[in-house]
Write a protein that binds this ligand. Structure first.
Ligand SMILES: Cc1cc2nc3c(=O)[nH]c(=O)nc-3n(C[C@H](O)[C@H](O)[C@H](O)COP(=O)(O)O)c2cc1C
Length: 203
């Protein structure tokens, strides 16, 4: 992890080597990520484009003991998603324990949401797209600073109860959950040749 607040990797290399790093490839020892570095990554996200410069992204950052609060909310949402009730106390308790263990695996978790302004000329999905661009900025900046990450959109993150329970303002839609962590081994990644997905009109 580089704590130099200027990006130590060029853009092309950061784009090419950014990977969604699974928990199994994270370092066993997870040093704390300095708050100044997290702010640097949030600033990078904040410089994403948005139609009309609405800056619709909202971030909830969970570190230290705050991760237990995130785990609590995600486990409750997952239980609701699975239709579990008080009658399934054991299954619910297992979900909570598993979620706490998940959050403990990375030192920084960021819930990202898109907020549509009360009055807007633009379709709401444009706010979602802009927020997705902000997430990509954040992932690339993390890679440039030597940090692994993953963007997740599982049922718990996307559940309608999650953002209100975490204290996000009204009118926010979930766009993802990102973790940041020290990496042991970077996955290689795989892409098909881009030409298969390009239509190029020359005349
Ligand atoms: C919108 C979005 C949602 C994703 N959700 C998940 C997820 O819930 N769980 C997961 O393991 N990976 C998730 N990913 C990561 C993708 O699986 C990953 O980007 C893809 O396999 C390509 O690998 P790479 O990111 O290493 O290039 C998500 C990625 C995006 C862009």
């Amino acid at each position: 992890m580089s704590t130099d607040l200027h990006s130590p990797l060029d853009t092309a290399t950061a784009i090419r080597t950014r990977r969604s790093v699974p928990f199994g490839r994270l370092s066993a020892e997870q040093p704390e990520i300095p708050e100044a570095l997290v702010w640097t990554l949030l600033e990078a996200a904040h410089w994403a484009p948005s139609h009309g410069n609405t800056q619709p992204w909202r971030f909830g950052v969970f570190t230290g003991a705050g991760r237990a609060r995130l785990a609590e909310v995600l486990a409750t949402s997952m239980a609701a998603h699975k239709g579990l009730t008080d009658a399934n106390a054991e299954a619910v308790a297992e979900l909570h324990a598993a979620q706490q263990a998940t959050q403990a695996q990375a030192p920084v978790w960021i819930v990202v949401a898109a907020k549509t302004p009360a009055i807007t000329k633009f379709p709401p999905q444009e706010e979602d797209w802009a927020t997705a661009a902000a997430i990509q900025n954040l992932l690339l900046a993390a890679r440039a600073h030597g940090l692994g990450s993953k963007w997740m959109t599982n049922a718990a993150v996307m559940h309608p109860a999650t953002l209100p329970a975490l204290g996000f303002e009204e009118g926010c839609r979930p766009i993802g959950l990102v973790y940041l962590a020290q990496v042991d081994e970077w996955p290689e990644g795989r892409r098909d040749p881009v030409a298969g997905q390009v239509m190029w009109v020359r005349e």
